[in-house]
Design a protein around this ligand. Sequence first.
Ligand SMILES: [Zn+2]
Length: 344
Amino acid sequence: MKERLQSIKEEALQQIEDVKDSKTLQDLRVKYLGKKGQITEVLKGMGNLSKEERPVIGQLANEIRDAITEALDTKQETLEQAALQQQLKEETVDVTLPGKPSQVGGSHLLMNVIRDIEDLFTGMGYEIAEGPEVETDYYNFEALNLPKGHPARDMQDSFYITEELLMRTHTSPVQARTMNKHEGRGPVKIICPGKVYRRDTDDATHSHQFTQIEGLYVDENIRMSDLKGTLNTLAKHLFGEDRHIRLRPSYFPFTEPSVEMDISCKVCNGHGCSVCKHTGWIEMLGAGLVHPNVLEMAGFDSEKYSGFAFGMGPERIAMLKHGIEDIRHFYTNDVRFLKQFHQV
Ligand SMILES: [Zn+2]
């Protein structure tokens, strides 16, 4: 029996020595020390031994059991350490590798232009007003002195939803809506930025959808000189203190008199070049004094109140400011184009 136990010990220690993974090690633990393990099997034969032999064999069996247990525990620890080292090696982070650049967004160039103009006018006491993009025929045309059948309606062909509903062709309906809310009492001092729609064939300078900013100031004793001063401030703010403006007579159904505002060409300083078509001036926006019919229809006494209005296109301003040659760049969402202006 002694020899049997000794050989079990040698065999076990050798096998434990050779083990490469903890699963096999666990199997060995069961094989030698388990309830049905080899040592237990041997000890079952203790009954056949003499009284003198029993304690000797018992002690030997315990010693062998302890030796195997220790060998198993040591091996297990070694395997765990090795596994940990392996894991640490595999999960090493190379901090010298370049990181993934994170994409930083920015606001659209048109939004930048609109916010810049909003800032200027709110600083002069204007409020920002907004209105619906699906508009009634009344607010889009009739309230602005464009009754049904008026020939000037042809200049603003639109997308009609019904006979009386359309996609607004300009931001001017917001004027009429805001004046109505004031119930005939001034002052009304607003700018209205927003999207507008026209049935146009898209090309480098036309789009079926674009943006406008409308301005309106109605109060007692508002005169042409107030309009000119405001537009002068706007032009200098947008294009620099050295710009000049000029007003040319024009026609809009909702203003009387009506003007077009030009700014002096920055490229040639007013001497004439290809940018300004050799005139020294660049067309900027339309404006005028609010037509008495428009005031009356909005419930204002045109004998007491007067006002001015102007409308401009943020696209045109951005194109002039940054030398953009095609209006379609604003809407096609080419990030290479858009991100040039994130910091503008
Ligand atoms: Zn020029």
